[in-house]
Design a protein around this ligand. Structure first.
Ligand code: XMP
Length: 327
């Protein structure tokens, strides 16, 4: 299975009909590969793992065990949406792991960006492996590997996260039903599988999540300010027709405070930085110029609704010299 390659003459999946043909073909292949055995999947709620989950649910129903790890660095409403869509609507066999304290305790006081990323990545594997060991009779591991992952790993650009980096005692055979697809094709397939639009067309979100948007040592209160301001930004972009148009947008709450005034009293609180960018390849990035009325409205909402914020700043920096994320 892992050697399957995208045929050179494969027609790009751009229509519901092509997506349905792909879905039917994959369901047959998954049934043939898996038989009556159980499959485990780390379901983050991102596009790729969500499409893999939906395909596997159609193919093998409750032989699929999904594990959703909430590491405390997800956006507002994300864990709830995973539970609603997969457990309540699709009747998936879903294990929800609240690992918030486990992650935030480990990250306490850690300021180095690379160390933060390393801790988050490693702990994710630990939590997932713990859950896998509790289960009996799992023989397969499903992954949302897509074709660019294969190409990039072959080109030596990045290591392909094969088998999720699981410890050797967890020796599963891989099931990778979207491995020959490009990202845009995964979205068309997700649409056809009936997944919600905001799940299928969501903007990119880094693995370490909001952790890289809470620069320096993460504290629960500042992380909450990132989460709440991000939710307001997303809501306002959706209302103003920018969702799906601007490539990526988010907020960052840096670890310094400045003087302000609220209700006639001095405040000493964090700023909230808004970043909104466009790109095709993420190598070069331009800044989205927001309507001044929207900027005023965002500043007003974020300073009144988000605890601990007394200023809203806009990041006008392209990439290069700045990267998209702050860490
Ligand atoms: P940078 O900050 O490198 O970001 O200019 C480029 C794009 O990659 C995303 N990004 C990540 N995605 N894991 C991911 O899956 C990560 O660790 C990670 N770091 C950055 C970033 O959001 C942007 O879209």
């Amino acid at each position: 299975m892992t050697e399957i390659r995208r045929p050179d003459d494969m027609v790009r999946i751009t229509t519901p009909e092509l997506a349905q043909a792909f879905i039917d073909e994959q369901i047959a292949l998954i049934k043939e590969q898996v038989g009556d055995k159980k499959v485990l999947l780390a379901l983050s709620g991102g596009v790729d793992s969500s499409v893999v989950a939906a395909l596997l649910i159609k193919a093998i129903g409750d032989q699929l065990v999904c594990v959703h790890v909430n590491h405390g660095l997800l956006r507002k409403g994300e864990p709830e949406q995973v539970i609603e869509v997969f457990q309540n609507q699709m009747k998936a066999n879903l294990i929800y792991v609240d690992a918030v304290d486990r992650f935030l305790d480990l990250l306490e006081g850690v300021t180095d960006p690379e160390q933060k990323r390393h801790i988050i990545g490693e702990e994710f594997i630990n939590v997932f492996a713990d859950e896998a060991r509790k289960l009996d009779g799992i023989e397969f591991l499903a992954q949302g590997t897509i074709w660019p992952d294969i190409l990039e790993s072959e080109a030596g650009i990045k290591a392909h996260h094969n088998a999720g980096g699981l410890p050797e005692d967890l020796d599963f055979e891989l099931v990778e039903p979207v491995r020959i697809l490009f990202k845009d094709e995964v979205r068309v397939v997700g649409d056809q599988l009936g997944l919600p639009g905001n799940m299928v067309y969501r903007q990119p979100f880094p693995g370490p999540g909001l952790g890289v948007r809470c620069p320096g040592a993460i504290t629960r209160d500042r992380l909450e300010a990132v989460r709440e301001s991000d939710a307001i930004l997303r809501e306002e972009f959706a209302k103003n027709g920018l969702e799906g148009k601007v490539w990526q947008y988010f907020t960052v709450v840096p670890d310094f405070k400045s003087t302000g005034i609220k209700d006639g009293k001095r405040t000493f609180e964090w700023p909230c930085i808004i970043r909104a960018i466009n790109t095709t390849d993420v190598v070069e990035v331009t800044v989205e110029h927001l309507d001044p009325a929207l900027m005023d409205h965002l500043a007003q909402r974020i300073t009144t609704e988000v605890e601990g914020i007394n200023r809203v700043l806009y990041d006008f920096t392209p990439k290069p010299p700045a990267t998209v994320e702050y860490e």
